[in-house]
Structure formats: structure tokens, C-alpha cells
Design a protein around this ligand. Structure first.
Ligand code: ADP
Length: 577
């Protein structure tokens, strides 16, 4: 029965089996017995209608027409909003943003109120990021009790446990980002927290906030001061390179911590008078001020080609409707606390990005690891950014600029509706739903075995399969053979141009991963979620090199992941490398 139901849902929008499984388990609305009461198409209509209701507040009666347009956009899978919008639009939860940053001050009251807020946001499927840099270090004085403080890291464990517990009631496990400033006295403990124990802080990504001054000290073999944030006093002087090595060793061992380049981030802060940015959301793509949230949405680039070329007009049209959609989301979202609502309405930040880059490149026959691909990706990011800003300026003409605009913008600048417009999200689930590759990541594998409802199903990249059939080299045996290593680059049974156009993440040199990230970042308002994949054999020195190169390339953050360095990797191959 289950299988029949799956097939029915699958047919409607030509979704993959994996997509349908995820939708049924977590996205579609259900009755009291847990049975889905809507189809995927109906889910998308629910989202379109709910979001379009915002249009009536600007022009009475306009919502009907916009609901139609939004529905057409979503049903085409040319664009999808982040998961919480799909799950919660038109339901009592009603919080639609993908991510929030919460303030954590140096008091129990502040720390536990952040925890309370985080739990409620995670219940709705949102991710939470925090900077713990203001929390006094371990061993420091607690005046009210005369005792000593625990420091930030033990508090992270409390947040981690809470995320585990909340997940049992919710639909996905909470994602958290903890940031600690490189000058915090507990930085060593923070940096090694996950590397020391593979089961620790499973719901957290860790990022060290590094300054230009620190990285220059690393290069020059200088010293670095650790400073107690409560007193402002220096507690220790350490060789900068020593501390940097500790970060690289941990990242080499388990992928955490990543780095956050706060000086680069703050140079691009659109609202500096509202404060310095200290943290990002869990996957790093949106630097935010405390209590700000971001509604993400991603364009499916695999749908933006025609006759073997980029279809720029189509991309333009999608961007225009998507900006309006995401601006409407801010109005119809239900905020669980006033602080969130005020912050969201003051800056109206949205995060429009794209997914399916790798599939698009492959379909154009352009290898991901080539200058041509990097150039094209940069052009696409710029086109999306320019078009989105123009669309936001047009919205500002009829709806007004975001309220904080008057205090932030230089005189004579064009009024815009949104303080920040573009961002590249990981699109972990929505790319699965849309049936394309995630964000700007390369393909993980050309063919692989996926575990669906306890059965191993051989899946292959649809674009590759189509091409293989067209060119006459397709066979089931070939697919099975590819699934063994995931990739085709070394497979002599496949034509050379095809091998070149279908590299997998591990076949692409780390430098190309970074070049792609940097080229896209140059034309993105917020930041870019990207993992720099390293082979299992990569050394600590390789991590050091890529971290420093990332800083020089002016990306906003960096995450390196060495294949196989975590026990529970999301995607695995039967026999890696
Ligand atoms: P999706 O594809 O489900 O819309 P993404 O993978 O693009 O989500 O992630 C976007 C953001 O959503 C992340 O940076 C994070 O803030 C949040 N997020 C992702 N996964 C989770 C999760 N399991 N729980 C809570 N928030 C999440």
C-alpha cells in the first residue's frame, strides 16, 4: 500500500522516489492518524496561496492573481523556498524562516533565554546561530555566588542536548552554529571540542571568528593575545601559528571548526550602524545581527538552459517573481517572539540563491573544475544579484524601502525593499525535492546506492543517464560499475568529453572548490554555503593551505571536510577513492 501511495505522489510532478519519501515523511500535512492529507502539488498551492495573501495588504484583491503566479513557479520546480516555508505555511506553526541568529550575553538569564528561543525556532524547523564570544571564560569569577564560571563550551553541551530532545517532537533535527572569537581564553577547548570526541556536539557546527590581525600574525609567526571578554584583560599570549595549527588539526580530524572571516563579513555589512555582525546561521550562508532571520529560496539552474546555452531571460523572470515571493514571506510569517518580528521587518533581509549549478554545467558540457565554469558561475551570481536588486528597488517604489534604510544608506542611493538580497544556501532537502544538485556543490556521485525504505536502490544522475542513452553507451552493468566508486573520470568505457563534464566532489581538486566559492561570493550579498572536499589522504598542511587561501580569496567563511573523517557521513560510496 505504501508503495502504491508513493507512486501516486510521484507521478504528479515527476518527482524522484527519494523526494517523495522525504515529502511524505516530513513535509506534507497529515491527519490525526499520521496519513498525508495533501499531495505535493497541493502542498505547493498551500504555500503559494498563503504567501500571496500579503499582496492584499498592498493592493486589495491582488492576492488571487499572485497566488496563481507563485503556484506556477513552485510547481515548475524552477524555484523553491526553504523547508520551513514549505512545511509551515498555512499551519499553526507559521514560522517560515530558515534561520535565525540569537544574542548570547554574559549572564545565565541571557544564555538560557537564547536556549528557550532556539528550541522554539527549532521546533518549527529553523536553524539557529549564536556567538558565545561574550560569555566569560572557564575559571573566571561569578560575583553573585563567589564561585567560578564554566565558560562557553559546557553551555554548548546544554544547547546540544536540548536540540536532541526537541528533535524528537519535531520533523528534523536542530541545526546550530556556535561562533567563538579567536581571542577568547577558552578558544583551545572550543577548537578541539568535536575532534576530541566524535559523539560530542552533533547538532552543532563550530566556527572560529578570525580577524585579519590574527591571520597576519599567523603568517608572520607573531603572538596573539587571549582576552577575557568580561574584564577586557589579557589572560595569555600564545604563538598565533600554534593556535592556528590546533584549528587545522581539528578540522583535519573531523571537519570542525570552520573559520568565519569577520572583517570581510563586516566590510559588507549593509547596516553597520545597527551593530557589528558576530555570527551566521548554521551553514554559514547568512551573516545576521542578533534576532534577525532570513527567508531563503533557491532557483533551479538546471531549468535555465535552452539549446545548450544559458537562458538568461528565463533566469531574469524567475528572479523577479522570487524576490517578490520572499518579500511577501516576511509579512505572512508568524514570529514566535516580538524581537524576531521587529528585526525581520526593520531590515527585510532575504536570501535568494540557486541550486543545480553542477547539473547545469554538466548539461552544457562544461567541467566544474575549469576556468570557464568558474567564470560562468560568477556571471550567473552577478545576474541574479543585479536583477534581484532591481526587483527590490521596484518593490520599494510601491511598498516603501525597508524601515532602517533611511539611516543606513548613503545619500542618493536607490531605495530598496530589502537590506540584503542574495545568499547561496546548501539546499540539502529542497534540491532533493527539485531533483537537482545541491547549491553550488559538484555532484557527489554519478551513480550510487541509496537506502530508501530499507531497500537499496541504484540511483544515477538523470542528466548523465539521459546523455548515456542518447549517445548509446548506456547499460545497467555500466551503472553498477560506476556506483562502486561513484565517479566516471577514470572510466575508459565512457567518451572523454563526458568524463570531463561529470567530475564528482572528490575528483575535483580543493583549489577548484575554493575558486568556485570565491567567484560566486564576489557577487553575493550575504555568504555562500560550500564545503571544500578533501581526499582522505589530505594532510593537516593541506587544510592550513586552503584556510589561508580562503582568507586571501576574500570569501566570508570556510569549511573543509576530509572524506571519511566522520563516523556518520550523510553520503557514502561503497568503496571510496
Ligand atoms: P532546505 O534545503 O531544507 O531548505 P538548506 O539545506 O538549504 O535547507 O539549509 C538552509 C538553512 O536552513 C541552514 O543554513 C540552516 O540555517 C537551516 N537548516 C538546515 N537544516 C536544518 C535542520 N535540520 N534543522 C534546522 N535548521 C536547518
Amino acid at each position: 500500500r505504501e508503495a502504491k501511495a508513493l507512486l501516486r505522489v510521484r507521478d504528479e510532478l515527476k518527482l524522484s522516489l527519494a523526494a517523495v519519501t522525504v515529502l511524505r515523511q516530513r513535509y506534507l500535512r497529515r491527519d490525526a492518524h499520521g496519513h498525508p492529507v495533501e499531495s505535493t502539488g497541493e502542498m505547493l498551492d498551500r504555500v503559494a496561496t498563503f504567501v500571496a495573501a500579503a499582496e492584499d495588504t498592498y493592493q486589495a484583491g491582488a492576492s488571487e492573481q499572485w497566488a496563481q503566479r507563485f503556484s506556477t513557479l513552485l510547481r515548475s520546480l524552477d524555484f523553491l523556498p526553504n523547508s520551513p516555508t514549505l512545511m509551515n505555511a498555512g499551519t499553526p506553526l507559521g514560522f517560515l524562516s530558515g534561520c535565525v541568529v540569537l544574542p548570547v550575553e554574559d549572564s545565565l538569564r541571557s544564555i538560557f533565554s537564547a536556549l528557550q528561543y532556539a528550541s522554539i525556532i527549532q521546533q518549527a524547523g529553523g536553524g539557529t546561530g549564536y556567538a558565545f564570544s561574550r560569555v566569560r571564560p572557564a575559571g573566571d569569577l561569578v560575583a553573585s555566588t563567589g564561585g567560578t564560571a564554566s565558560g562557553p563550551v559546557p553551555f554548548l553541551r546544554v544547547f546540544d542536548t536540548a536540540a536532541d530532545v526537541v528533535r524528537q517532537g519535531g520533523r528534523r533535527r536542530g541545526a546550530n552554529m556556535a561562533v567563538l572569537d579567536v581571542s577568547h581564553p577558552d578558544i583551545y577547548e572550543f577548537v578541539t571540542a568535536k575532534a576530541a570526541d566524535s559523539a560530542a556536539l552533533e547538532n552543532f557546527n563550530l566556527s572560529v571568528a578570525v580577524s585579519n590581525a590574527f591571520l597576519r600574525a599567523v603568517e608572520a609567526n607573531g603572538t596573539h593575545r587571549l582576552v577575557n571578554p568580561r574584564t577586557g584583560r589579557t589572560t595569555a599570549r600564545v604563538p598565533a601559528a600554534d593556535l592556528f595549527d590546533a584549528m587545522c588539526e581539528s578540522a583535519h580530524r573531523c571537519g570542525d571548526p570552520g573559520l568565519l572571516f569577520l572583517d570581510t563579513i563586516n566590510r559588507a555589512n549593509p547596516l553597520p550602524h545597527l551593530g557589528r555582525i558576530e555570527a551566521t546561521n548554521p551553514c554559514g550562508e547568512v551573516p545576521l545581527l542578533p534576532y534577525e532571520s532570513c527567508n531563503l529560496g533557491s532557483i533551479n539552474l538546471a531549468h535555465c538552459t535552452a539549446d545548450g546555452r544559458m537562458d538568461w531571460d528565463r533566469l531574469t523572470n524567475i528572479v523577479e517573481v522570487a524576490v517578490r515571493f520572499l518579500d511577501d514571506v516576511i509579512d505572512v510569517s508568524r514570529y514566535p517572539f516580538d524581537e524576531l518580528e521587529q528585526a525581520a521587518r526593520a531590515s527585510r533581509k532575504i536570501g535568494l540563491g540557486f541550486m543545480g549549478l553542477a547539473e547545469m554545467l554538466a548539461s552544457l558540457g562544461v567541467p566544474y573544475d575549469s576556468a570557464q565554469a568558474v567564470r560562468l558561475a560568477g556571471r550567473i551570481a552577478r545576474h541574479v544579484q543585479d536583477t534581484a536588486h532591481a526587483a527590490s528597488a521596484r518593490l520599494a517604489e510601491s511598498r516603501g524601502a525597508f524601515p532602517a534604510f533611511a539611516d543606513s544608506a548613503p545619500a542618493n542611493s536607490v531605495a530598496v525593499r530589502n537590506a540584503q538580497l542574495t545568499s547561496i544556501a546548501p539546499t540539502g532537502t529542497i534540491s532533493l525535492i527539485a531533483g537537482t544538485t545541491a547549491g553550488i556543490e559538484p555532484m557527489f556521485a554519478i551513480a550510487y546506492a541509496r537506502n530508501v525504505l530499507d531497500r537499496h536502490l541504484l540511483e544515477s544522475n538523470p542528466c548523465f543517464e539521459r546523455l548515456a542513452r542518447d549517445r548509446g553507451f548506456y547499460s545497467d552493468a555500466l551503472l553498477t560499475e560506476i556506483a562502486r566508486t561513484g565517479g566516471v573520470r577514470g572510466n575508459r568505457r565512457i567518451p572523454e568529453d563526458v568524463r570531463a563534464a561529470f567530475p564528482t566532489a572528490l575528483e575535483i581538486a580543493p583549489e577548484w572548490h575554493l575558486r568556485m566559492q570565491a567567484a560566486v561570493q564576489r557577487h553575493v550579498d550575504a555568504a555562500v554555503s560550500k564545503t571544500i572536499n578533501l581526499p582522505t589522504s589530505a594532510t593537516v598542511d593541506d587544510v592550513r593551505k586552503i584556510f589561508l587561501e580562503a582568507w586571501r580569496a576574500k570569501v566570508k567563511g570556510i569549511t573543509a571536510y576530509r572524506y571519511g573523517s566522520r563516523p556518520h557521513q550523510v553520503l557514502t560510496l561503497v568503496s571510496p577513492e
